[in-house]
Design a protein around this ligand. Structure first.
Ligand SMILES: [Zn+2]
Ligand SMILES: [Zn+2]
Length: 208
């Protein structure tokens, strides 16, 4: 009996220590996932904030109506602001997504899958919106170039990384690199006939 107790005591301690370790790992995993989901929530929130919705409306109206920008008045400045504001939002999304990916050693865990599903439509829409708006900005004033190189590159990295994450061929196609060949671009905006600019908008209170 004494012999049995002498052997059983250390085994019992080992089992207790192992159980404690398992519990610690489970708690750590849960709190890690909670933290990752909170990052996902804040990254997505930035894309659907009131200011993002305003910028999206400014760019989306021009994009979907295929309308030119009036170089006189305030419109061109507003479009330029909205264009860069959206590029910076996607830059922030790309940085946050990269950290989440690296932290999980490139594995798409629950948090990453949730983020990718939430941002897919936003990114896919801007694959055509960004080059389309840039063209309109350039055409409306050739003396005022749009210096967006690094931000456009970052958006393209985000687009490509997201495309890699999906198996669905439709999603992959919508996240494909934008092409100037409108027959290959999936966006319906290319079927809309071009419209002239709206009358110039003046700053509030300015005389015509
Ligand atoms: Zn397009
Ligand atoms: Zn389009």
């Amino acid at each position: 009996m004494g012999e049995l107790l002498r052997v059983a005591a250390p085994v019992g301690s080992c089992i207790a220590a192992f159980a404690a370790l398992v519990v610690t790992i489970l708690v750590w995993r849960r709190s890690r996932l909670t933290a990752r989901l909170e990052v996902v929530r804040s990254l997505h929130a930035e894309l659907i904030s009131d200011s993002a919705a305003k910028a999206r409306h400014t760019l989306g109206s021009l994009h979907w109506q295929n309308r030119e920008i009036n170089p006189d008045g305030t419109e061109r400045g507003e479009v330029m602001c909205a264009y860069f504001a959206m590029l910076w939002r996607f830059e922030q999304l790309h940085a946050g997504r990269k950290v989440l990916l690296e932290e999980a050693n490139g594995r798409r865990d629950v948090a990453l899958k949730m983020l990718d599903e939430q941002v897919y439509t936003h990114v896919a829409e801007y694959v055509c919106t960004f080059p389309g708006i840039k063209e309109k900005l350039t055409e409306s004033n050739r003396d005022d170039a749009v210096f967006d190189g690094a931000y456009v590159k970052t958006f393209d990295q985000l687009r490509a990384s997201l495309a890699d994450s999906f198996d669905d061929p439709e999603k992959k196609a919508r996240l494909g690199a934008h092409t100037n060949n409108t027959e290959k671009c999936n966006c319906k905006c290319h079927e809309v006939s071009a419209k002239p600019p709206l009358p110039p908008q003046r700053p509030h209170g300015a005389s015509v």
